[in-house]
Write a protein that binds this ligand. Structure first.
Ligand SMILES: *Cc1c(COP(=O)(O)O)cnc(C)c1O
Length: 641
């Protein structure tokens, strides 16, 4: 039997086509929950009595509930129709029925996944789905550690928190070993060979590979023979306990030089939240180093290598390098495989080692494409032939998805390309030992003898969190497994929609207007700039783009019901995009000087999550309808100039 589902069976559908099955299962979940209540100590009797119902105060309260619900339902219709093929705006779409029903069913039980004591079922599910995601990235499932978060922002924060603490761990281990009178502790050097931790200078201590750092900490623990005393001693000297200022002061007094401040490398188009994290973690946003991107908006790997050489020459430590798998603006996928090579070279030849994190909040689920249903890795040719959409995904994207296995951690958002309700982000780490770097005890939550998964709150940044979110992700992964026949198939169809849209926009007749698309997307986001002979300056071009966007979104207080098709827009800032959009500017006849003076180029951005967009289902050709709506909007907005 063919395992691949009909995607029509996955969603409620733009017209609620699957309403019957949805209703049946929702009701099933609700009734089953009520039975559970009734059968829990039936001898307890009823607290709310039939005779109460006729009391005026009872009836009054119920009538408020009923009327207000109707009011709420009416108001919600001014919301944004993410389910519609007419919506190609932000990273939101219809959600899987599995996740909605799973979420609703679990929500009735209101589990709190901070501790298994309050969520015996959904805490287990949370770790199960995180392990599935880790396996999709190619991590060893016996060694990985992962969990859900409220979103990609918190997941990224946690990864950087771990990376920062890991960077300074060798120093803490050395101080702890000195305090405990350990006479020898060998560590592996990035260039090969081992050395005593006491013989390393500060630069060498701050440039052990992540795995070697964790091995050193483990060797110290085993060597001491008293696990908890060792953990306590390392914790005592840790950056997490001392904070940057005190830790830096001690570095200076011990080594005579605390070295320049450690940096974090990101592609220049990285999500804006990285700046928040550097600020919040005390790293400082000036230590966030932006690496330029190429004309496909992927991190320029040569520029990365050059930057690393400069840092090595200045003996400036690198906390971590962030590579993006699916940029928020363009869905660009960094050549992660090449970043991995650069990291290896820098470690081996220059003894510069750092943590490698993939921000795959948007694109992480695309890694399902490289796995067959039997768990085997599929070749690039197999993936391309199977998707059947030209040469998509290109060789670099394929290799980048395979290279996720060489990272130290990955952020992925089930609430984006996992098609499940908020809040559901996830962070996965290759090596579960990193948990100790951020562990904090909470006496009221964690009790001796509790099972491993009972302790999750100890290792995560957040506290209370919905078990319902875990149930939603868990159910969705059941219906759509993380391979080419499940999520891979779904995401391949969204890419088909995006590439078809890109082709239509590139070839459409725009009359006097000029529509210049960004290069064909790596995944499924299409962006384009608009101009017209009457728009003389970049400022006018950007203003016009804003007007088109406002006419096609609820941004300017417009009612969603009056909008034929929805888009969003973004500003390609000169300071972030640099020369990567030179060809686009040439197409628009804008000089580099004007672009830099104006600060950036505004483009319309269309996120294609609808797997049916290119399928010809429905009575309307939505691609043609969209192009026509753009033409009409352009003309109307120009007339209003
Ligand atoms: C969306 C996104 C984030 C932030 O994720 P949230 O779930 O919105 O917190 C981070 N990085 C990238 C690349 C993203 O696309």
């Amino acid at each position: 039997m063919n395992q691949r589902p009909d995607l029509g069976s996955i969603f409620l559908g733009p017209k609620g086509e699957n309403a019957q099955v949805f209703e049946r299962l929702l009701l099933e979940a609700f009734r089953d929950h009520v039975f559970w209540r009734r059968n829990f100590h039936p001898e307890d009797g009823f607290v709310i009595r039939e005779t109460e119902r006729s009391r005026p105060s009872f009836e009054h309260s119920i009538s408020i509930l009923s009327e207000e619900l109707l009011g709420l339902l009416a108001e919600l219709k001014a919301g944004v129709p993410f389910f519609s093929p007419r919506y190609v705006g932000h990273m939101a779409s219809d959600l899987t029925m599995a996740s909605l029903i799973g979420y609703f069913a679990a929500m009735l039980y209101n589990p709190n996944n901070v501790a298994a004591e309050a969520s015996p079922v959904t805490s287990r599910m949370e770790l199960e789905v995180a392990a599935q995601l880790s396996a999709m990235f190619g991590y060893d499932t016996d060694r990985q550690w992962g969990h859900l978060t409220s979103g990609g922002t918190v997941a990224n924060f946690e990864a950087l928190w771990v990376a920062r603490n890991l960077k300074y761990l060798p120093v803490a281990v050395r101080w702890a070993a000195e305090e405990m009178g350990t006479d020898d502790l060998r560590v592996r050097r990035p260039g090969g060979g081992t050395e005593s931790i006491f013989d390393l200078d500060l630069w060498a201590l701050l440039n052990l590979r992540p795995a070697d750092t964790l091995d050193a900490a483990e060797a110290f623990r085993t060597g001491l023979g008293d696990e908890s005393r060792a953990i306590e001693a390392v914790g005592h000297h840790s950056m997490a306990r001392l904070g940057y200022q005190e830790f830096g002061r001690r570095l200076f007094s011990e080594f005579g030089d605390a070295l320049p401040s450690a940096v974090v490398l990101v592609p220049s188009t990285a999500h804006y939240s990285w700046e928040k994290h550097c600020r919040a973690l005390g790293i400082g946003s000036t230590q966030l180093v932006h690496v330029p991107v190429d004309e496909r908006f992927r991190m320029d790997v040569d520029a990365l290598e050059e930057t690393l050489h400069g840092l090595a020459a200045r003996r400036q430590p690198v906390i971590g390098c962030i590579s993006v798998i699916g940029t928020t603006e363009e869905s660009a996928v960094d050549r992660l495989h090449e970043v991995v090579d650069v990291r290896e070279r820098m470690a081996r030849e220059h003894e510069l080692a750092f943590f490698l994190h993939a921000d795959a909040a948007w694109g992480g689920y695309a890694a399902s494409l490289v796995w067959g249903a039997d768990g085997s890795r599929r070749s690039h040719a197999e993936v391309v032939a199977d998707v059947g959409c030209g040469e998509w995904p290109d060789g670099d994207v394929y290799q980048a998805l395979c290279a996720l296995e060489s990272t130290d951690s990955v952020t992925v958002d089930p609430h984006k390309l996992g098609f499940v309700p908020y809040p559901a982000g996830a962070v996965c780490f290759r090596d579960r030992r990193v948990r100790e770097l951020v562990a904090v005890e909470a006496p009221y939550l964690f009790h001796r003898g509790a099972s491993e998964w009972g302790y999750i709150g100890r290792y995560i940044f957040e506290g209370s969190k919905p078990g319902a979110a875990a149930a939603g992700v868990w159910m969705s992964h059941k219906v759509l497994p993380l391979n080419a026949d499940g999520y891979g198939y779904l995401i391949g169809e969204t890419a088909r929609g995006a590439l078809t849209l890109h082709g239509r926009i590139s070839r459409a007749d725009w009359g006097d207007f000029q529509v210049v698309p960004l290069p064909s997307p790596d995944l499924n986001i299409v962006c384009f700039a608009i101009s017209h002979p009457s728009l003389d300056t970049l400022e006018q071009i950007n203003d016009f783009c804003t007007r088109v966007y406002e006419a096609m979104s609820v941004s300017a207080g417009r009612d969603a019901r009056q909008i034929p098709y929805f888009v969003t827009k973004t500003l390609l800032k000169a300071e972030s995009y640099g020369e990567s959009i030179t060809a686009i500017l040439d197409g628009l006849g804008i000089s580099d000087g004007e672009y830099r003076a104006e600060g950036g180029l505004s483009v319309i951005r269309c996120t294609v999550m609808d797997p049916f967009l290119a399928s010809g289902r429905g009575s309307v050709d939505f691609m043609e309808g969209f192009v026509e709506a753009l033409r009409t909007t352009f003309a109307a907005e120009l007339a209003l100039q």
